[in-house]
Design a protein around this ligand. Sequence first.
Ligand SMILES: Cc1ncc(COP(=O)(O)O)c(C=O)c1O
Length: 391
Amino acid sequence: MNTFNNAIESLKPSASIKYIEKAKIMKMNGENVIGLSGGDPDFPTPKKICDAAYDGMVNKHDTHYTLGAGIPEFREKIAKKLREENHINCTKDNILVTPGGKIAIYTAVRSLLNPGDEVLCPEPNWVSYEPIISASYGVPVSLGLSYEDNYRISEKLLEDATTEKTRLIIINYPCNPTGKILHEDEALELVSYLKKHPDVLILSDEIYEKVIFDGNKHISLASFSEIADQVITINGFSKCAAMTGWRLGYACASETVLKHMIQLWQHMMTCTSGFIQDGGMTALDCHEEMAEMCRIYQQRRDAFIDRLNEIPCVTCEKPEGTFYAWVKFNIPNMSSYEICDYLLDNAKVSGVPGDAYGKGGANCMRFSFANSMEDLMEAADRIKKALEKLN
Ligand SMILES: Cc1ncc(COP(=O)(O)O)c(C=O)c1O
C-alpha cells in the first residue's frame, strides 16, 4: 500500500479556491454567477510592465537561469524601494526574489522551523499560513482577535500564547480578510514584545501594501531598527500591480536568515524567471498606475459597502486597505459556511465563509471588490433579495 506524508495529507483544502472553483463550474454550466471569492485584480497588468518583460525575453534574452537570489540590479532596486518607501535599512544582500509571495512565505517558514516549533497566528488570517506551518512540521497557535475590538493586536495577547517553543509570529497588514492596517500603537506593542523575545522572529506579509485607503499610511514593522533583524518582510507584485499570473514576489530578511532560506531555495526553485524580473523592475516605477487602481478600489469599496449596509441583517465596516469587504451577517442558526452556500445557490454570488479564516470569522463572509462596479452593485442587490426570503 502507498503511504503519503502525514503532514501534507492532513492539510485543510483552501476554502477560497473551493468557492472560486464552485462558482466557475456553475458559470460553465450556464448559471449567471458573480464571482467575488477570489483575490485577483480585474485590471490588466500595466502595459509598460508587459513591454519590459517582452524586451527582456526577446531582446535581452533573459530566458536562462538567473543568479539564485535574483538579478542583482533588481534586488538593488527592491532594496532601494524598501529603504525609501518603507524605511527598512537593507541592501540587495537582504533580498530574495521569488515566484510570488506565497513561496517566499513557505521558504521562510520551512527554513526556520524545527519539528514542534510553535508559530503564533493572529486570526482571522489568510488561509495558507497555517497549512504552510503544518507542512513545515510546525505547530500553528491561533490567537483569536476580536471583531468587537476591531481585531486589535496586543503584546498581552502574544505574551499569553508564548511558550518556550514559540519561534515565529505571522502578521499581515493590510489584512486579508479584514482589511485592517497596522496602526502605530499596535506596531509599538509588537516591537515591545519582540525586544523581550530576541529569539522569536516575525514574518510580516505586506503584499497589499499599496491598496490603502483614505490617505492612511502603511507601516512596515522592519522600519523599527531595534527589532529589524527579527523581521522577515514579504512583498510582491500580484495584488498591487495586478500581476497575479506573473508569479513575482520577494523576501527581505537579515543576512543570516536569508542565508538559510537560500540554502533551501537552491534545491527547490533555483531562481525566478529573468524576463519576469525585468517586468518587475518596471513595476517598481509604476507608482501612478498603482495609485490609480487604488483610487478605483476605494470608489468601489464605498459604493459596495454602502449598498450592503442597507440590508437589515448586514454590517460591514469600510476596510482601511485590501480589496476585500468583510461582512458580518446577523442571521441566527446559520454558520458562515451555510450563509456562503445559501448565497451562492440563491443569489448566485460567491464569497468565502469567514470561518475559513480561523477564529474571529464566525458569521462573517469575505467578498472581493476587485470586480466591476456594475457587478458589485448587482451582487449587493441579489444578496439583499436572497436574504429577504429568509425572513
Ligand atoms: C495575505 C496574502 N499573502 C500572500 C499571498 C500570495 O500572493 P502571491 O503568491 O500571488 O504573491 C496572498 C494571495 O492571495 C495573500 O492574500
